[in-house]
Write a protein that binds this ligand. Structure first.
Ligand code: BG6
Ligand code: MG
Length: 216
């Protein structure tokens, strides 16, 4: 392996929880309440596709024009941005800083493949911009996860073959994207949800370079 490519939300920081809270509030406004189990199907999925999935859940997919959907997505994003506005390096998930510095020390390339348009801003707030050799976010990608584009772009920018990359994800759609890119998939979360990953850690505190290398 030559490179490690990380998802952001739910892997580097717990922003996945804030995405959930903001979508849940919008869903309730629209009369479409949903639980954490449904939220698993939103993880890793783009802003517009997440909205479509929520509207479909409530049978309201034909109730809004493109402009209205744009306003709903903006409303969710404004709420999400307000929820994350105070995050700092204290919000980096346990073990991640040590893991990132171990990777650098061992000479691996380190990339980010995020479905979020807020990825640069969140990474900046966490004080981690320098920890990544390259960040690919939703702004430069046409097809969102589970399509492999974001991971393939990250590998290309790092000048590493996909087969020599490890992808790290908390979302089912993200694990699919890693596999579609031809990479080794490490999941962060519930092994019963992330069933397709080669290796799953229940949380980042036990994610170490030694543990991953021992399993490749
Ligand atoms: C992904 C999250 O990283 O980014 C999703 O897992 C989110 O929950 C998606 O919807 C898009 O994020 P944003 O910040 O562009 O709305
Ligand atoms: Mg994620």
């Amino acid at each position: 392996m030559k490179a490690f490519i990380f998802d952001l939300d739910g892997v580097i920081t717990d922003s996945a929880e804030y995405h959930y809270l903001a979508w849940k509030a919008l869903g309730e406004d629209l009369g479409i309440p949903f639980d954490r189990e449904f939220n698993e199907t939103l993880k890793g999925v783009s802003r517009t596709e997440s909205l479509e999935r929520i509207l479909r859940l409530g049978g309201r997919e034909n109730d809004f024009s493109v402009e209205e959907k744009g306003r709903l997505a903006t409303k969710k994003n404004e709420h999400y941005v307000s929820l994350i506005s105070n995050i700092t390096s204290a919000d980096i998930l346990p073990g991640i800083e040590v893991f990132l510095s171990d990777l650098k020390e061992a000479g691996y390339k380190v990339g980010m493949a995020s479905a979020s348009k807020n990825a640069q801003m969140v990474t900046h707030q966490l004080g981690l911009l320098d920890a990544f050799d390259h960040i690919v976010d939703a702004a430069t990608v046409t097809d969102s996860k589970p399509h492999p584009e974001v991971f393939l772009k990250a590998a290309a920018a790092l000048q590493v073959e996909p087969k020599d990359c490890v992808g790290i994800e908390d979302a089912v759609a993200g694990i699919e994207a890693i596999h579609a890119a031809g990479m080794f998939a490490v999941g962060i979360g519930d092994p019963e949800v992330l069933t397709e990953a080669e290796l799953v850690f229940t949380d980042t505190s036990i994610l170490t370079l030694d543990h991953v290398l021992a399993r490749i």
